[in-house]
Design a binder for this molecule. Structure first.
Ligand SMILES: Cc1ncc(COP(=O)(O)O)c(C=O)c1O
Length: 274
């Protein structure tokens, strides 16, 4: 069972009734109190235990799996991840655009499961579609063209030299995952666009404000990349952007840092006006 979240690393442990999953989570993903507060209730219900990682996440997940004999999801190399996107996300796109124009498909990468799984189907069935890969300006790993050092099983052997911490959660862990590297080597990607964190956050906020589309930071980043494509494209161009996540998971993140708990003057006046 692949875990599609690049935000944490999971190891499954099969127990008599329920599979139990242990998570290694990065520090700073959300304020730690929120993480622990929100997962503590899960721990009581499902017996999950939380390990807030100091060591690199993959190391923690690997160690837990090895020590306890648990199934490690290996979502960054696991072909089942990409296969599932080929069977689901890709089919949805191909069916929705059947008989219709589609010029660009824009995505970021966390594991690269979406990129590889959808990319190879589009290449075969809609070869005219240009595939645009977006990544954080703070972590331009694919843009750098510096190869990722890997172990024999495809897992990363080291942190990529072009990576720096960035606020686009779910995107670009500190290495180029094998699934992402495969897609690049297969020449599925036509162009790479880098997006600064603040631009991603602003795009996500504007999607909510102007379009009523409530999504996360990586969605804002992908949308910002799509806008960049649109700016250089002729009228009538059709661009499809992947918005992976809903916004409610980001209430305690920098995405909503400007929204105060109390109503501001304008909101108070509006509330009193009725
Ligand atoms: C919020 C968010 N954005 C983007 C991605 C990237 O998707 P993929 O792992 O298929 O590359 C993920 C993956 O979990 C994610 O959680």
């Amino acid at each position: 069972m692949p875990c599609h979240s690049a935000a944490g690393c999971g190891a499954w442990r099969w127990s008599w009734l329920l599979p139990r999953r242990e998570w290694a989570l990065p520090r700073g993903l959300h304020p730690p109190t929120r993480i622990l507060g929100c997962f503590r209730s899960v721990a009581e219900v499902g017996g999950h235990r939380i390990d807030v990682a100091l060591k690199p996440l993959l190391g923690v997940a690997n160690d837990l799996a090895k020590k306890n004999g648990w199934f490690l999801t290996r979502q960054f190399e696991n072909e089942a991840n990409a296969d599932y996107h080929s069977r689901t996300t890709a089919r949805e796109i191909v069916n929705d655009f059947n008989g219709e124009r589609l010029d660009y498909w824009v995505t970021g990468f966390g594991t690269g499961g979406t990129l590889k799984g959808v990319g190879r189907v589009l290449e075969k069935e809609r070869p005219e579609v240009k595939i645009i890969l977006a990544e954080p300006a703070d972590a331009p790993m694919v843009s750098s063209k510096t190869a990722q050092e890997r172990n024999r099983d495809g897992s990363p052997a080291s942190r990529h030299p072009a990576w720096k911490p960035h606020p686009i959660q779910g995107w670009s862990p500190d290495f180029i995952p094998k699934l992402t590297g495969d897609a690049v080597e297969m020449s599925l990607v036509d162009r790479v666009i880098t997006i600064p964190g603040p631009v991603a956050i602003k795009a996500s906020q504007e999607l909510a404000r102007k379009e009523g589309i409530f999504v996360g930071i990586s969605a804002g980043a992908t949308f910002a990349a799509a806008l960049e494509v649109a700016n250089g494209a002729p009228k009538g161009t059709t661009i499809l952007a992947m918005l992976p996540d809903t916004g409610e998971r980001y209430l305690s993140t920098p995405l909503f840092a400007d929204i105060q708990a109390e109503m501001n003057e304008e909101e108070t006046a509006l509330a009193k006006s009725v």
